[in-house]
Design a protein around this ligand. Structure first.
Ligand SMILES: Cc1cc2nc3c(=O)[nH]c(=O)nc-3n(C[C@H](O)[C@H](O)[C@H](O)COP(=O)(O)OP(=O)(O)OC[C@H]3O[C@@H](n4cnc5c(N)ncnc54)[C@H](O)[C@@H]3O)c2cc1C
Length: 599
């Protein structure tokens, strides 16, 4: 960054109403040498310790295998990436911890065990624990000496997490809480020493969180769940029967548990997205290799246009998702730095910075997990019959990917949250959506400006497409709010459409900005392929936003009003024709030449 280019911190959700200059975003091509070394350590670990043993891990014949792998990761320091040095960790930046999650994302069931231990298992104590709790638990969790799980879900309480029935009652001597209840789907349940357990004290409305050691007693569990995928990840039902938890093991305050659960899941969400990116890149490399080797009709299937289309498209979606992930990650780090410089305690600052970008976290969870499912599905297709064989690598990739749309908040819940959080910010006055939305309404009534403009700058025209997509999003969501008012939350189908528009705006803009910045660094000629990917994704995003917008408009308007809005949508989702077939061929040919996911 030159000295004249200062950053103007963007607020969470503000991307919808603000233009971001390319120099303000972080791009993955800027990883430092140290970050690259950390990534390489993770890659080596997965290659040496995990990938050769996938069948053994998934068979669950040796229950000691997964905890032993967690121990090995601990020895390499990979469990303490988010933990400050004072508590035995490495205190890495948030973006670096996302990079670690990405690299470990290729490790199938291990990635899930790792995420549960270092994320939802450790972070509640790190961010909400008092000094004594942090000192007692965090250093041991950072090395893997103790392993953690997170017990929120119950048989009748999944997405509606605050409705759990598990009870905590104060003992007669006031020294313990007695926890009784049933938890379900608990990752690492089979071997965790420390459990973050959510329960309601007496008849409280909200959950309270407790740190429970397995050794406290009163804990039994069902055998391992038999699952579609991530079979090597321990998943248990856990029963608490008058489990005696010392009062000092309450985490934070009474009834603060739901807040803890939500905020910690928020971190898990964006990291799930980065883990999915790793899965995408690994799958693409495997599919690419196969496409080069497999011959039909006398030639490698990689030479067929239909296969090139798939390879280029999954790589483009992955590249796009990656652009948005690390842009958001850096925003989180920047916000953290500002808060810490202002005197805020580090843990609080980390939580606050993540809360600020909760909209982006939800967007990236949805996008990352769906790009992964798209990628593994096309991976199976590229493999043909061998893709359907349990002997080939796509079988496991396909099955293991699927969970990501379900846990850490289902993608439906996350889509709804995205819009809900955006509107709440607007209502609180944190985000001014009203004025931009009114400006769009005014523009709709005016004659389009066909005046000449200077389109010589990099992506000048494409940035106008993004600006218009934002207007489309504002127009449709503004009209939906006007129409339904407080009842908008009952119109989930419309909320899904609005969320899709928002997701596409964020990801397409991030991709363009990444390539623009990259062109500034390496020059246009060196970024020809990335430019093609930005164009492919922009067209995809525009089409998807146009479709989602159309469906929403159909749902809540009719007559002249509908016609006007549909005309507006057409105007705001206009994009010049581009030869996407040629673009995908160029991307695919480049990938074929490089032999693995090359971006
Ligand atoms: C392998 C695995 C590991 C897991 N690990 C953990 C763990 O370590 N700790 C933990 O606490 N939990 C864990 N979970 C639980 C997971 O977080 C839940 O499964 C998830 O939150 C969804 O809850 P549910 O399964 O009860 O589905 P439900 O909530 O019953 O949802 C079913 C469907 O209804 C939809 N739905 C629900 N509510 C709404 C609504 N208001 N509006 C629209 N649609 C809605 C959902 O999107 C979904 O499509 C795990 C689950 C699995 C499968």
């Amino acid at each position: 960054m030159t000295t004249t280019e200062t950053k103007h911190a963007i607020k969470g959700g503000e991307f919808l109403i603000r233009e971001t200059p390319a120099h303000e975003i972080f791009i993955p091509e800027e990883w430092s040498e140290e970050q690259k070394m950390i990534a390489q350590t993770c890659r080596d670990f997965v290659k040496q310790e995990v990938l050769p043993h996938l069948d053994e891990i998934d068979s669950m014949k040796d229950p000691a295998l997964m905890p032993a792998l967690v121990d090995k990761a601990g020895k390499l320091g990979l469990l303490g990436t988010s933990v400050p040095e004072s508590l035995g960790g490495f205190g890495m930046s948030f973006n670096t911890t996302m990079l670690v999650a990405e690299e470990l994302g290729t490790s199938h069931s291990f990635a899930v065990a790792y995420g549960a231990h270092t994320g939802i298992g450790t972070l509640p104590i790190l961010y909400y624990g008092n000094e004594a709790q942090k000192k007692k638990y965090v250093p041991k969790l950072a090395t893997g000496e103790w392993k953690a799980c997170y017990c929120l879900t119950e048989p009748d309480s999944g997405s509606d997490a605050n409705s759990g029935k598990t009870k905590a009652t104060l003992s007669a001597d006031g020294k313990h809480y007695l926890i009784t209840g049933q938890k379900m789907w608990i990752t690492n349940g089979g071997f965790a020493d420390v459990m973050i357990v959510f329960a309601k004290i007496d008849n409280d409305k909200n959950l309270t969180a407790f740190i429970v050691e397995k050794s406290f007693g009163g804990i039994t569990m069902n055998p391992e769940e038999r699952k579609m995928g991530i079979k090597g990840s321990s998943t248990r039902q856990i029963f608490f029967n008058d489990c005696k938890v010392p009062v000092e093991n309450m985490l934070s305050e009474r009834e603060n548990g739901f807040k803890i659960a939500v905020n910690v899941l928020n971190i898990g969400r964006i990291k799930l997205g980065s883990g999915a990116l790793g899965g995408c890149k690994g799958t693409i490399s495997i599919a690419l290799k196969y496409a080069k080797e497999r011959k039909q009709f006398g030639t490698a299937i990689a030479n067929f246009g239909a296969i090139k289309h798939k390879l280029a498209d999954i790589a483009t979606h992955t590249f796009a998702s990656e652009s948005a992930h690390y842009r958001a990650g850096q925003n989180i780090d920047d916000a953290y730095d500002v808060l810490v410089a202002g005197g805020m305690e580090a843990g609080k600052a980390r939580l606050k910075s993540l809360e600020e970008y909760a909209i982006e976290c939800a967007i990236l969870k949805v996008h990352g997990s769906e790009v992964l499912d798209y990628t593994v599905d096309e991976g199976v297709q590229i493999y043909g019959g061998m893709g359907f064989s349990a002997e080939g690598p796509m079988d496991r990739a396909y099955r293991d990917a699927r969970i990501n749309r379900i846990f850490e908040g289902t993608n439906e819940i996350n889509r709804m949250l995205t819009i809900d959080m955006l509107l709440k910010r607007a209502m609180k006055g944190t985000l001014d959506l009203m004025n931009p939305a009114m400006a769009v309404q005014k523009e709709l009534m005016s004659i389009p400006d066909f005046g000449a403009s200077d389109d010589s700058a990099v992506f000048a025209k494409e940035k106008k497409v993004i600006a218009n997509l934002k207007k489309a999003g504002l127009m449709v969501s503004g009209s939906a709010v006007q129409k339904y008012m407080m009842k908008l939350s009952d119109e989930q189908e419309v909320l899904m459409d609005l969320a899709d528009m928002l997701i596409e705006v964020y990801v397409a803009e991030s991709t363009l900005l990444r390539v623009e910045k990259l062109i500034g660094i390496r020059g246009e000629a060196a970024c020809a392929i990335q430019k093609e990917m930005a164009m492919i994704y922009l067209h995809h995003a525009t089409e998807k936003a146009a479709q989602a917008g159309k469906h929403a408009i159909y749902a809540f308007s009719e007559g002249d009003e509908q016609r006007l809005m549909l005309m507006g949508l057409k105007r705001f989702t206009k994009i010049d024709p581009y030869n996407l077939k040629d673009a995908r061929r160029k991307v695919a040919d480049y990938m074929i030449e490089k032999g693995e996911y090359p971006f």
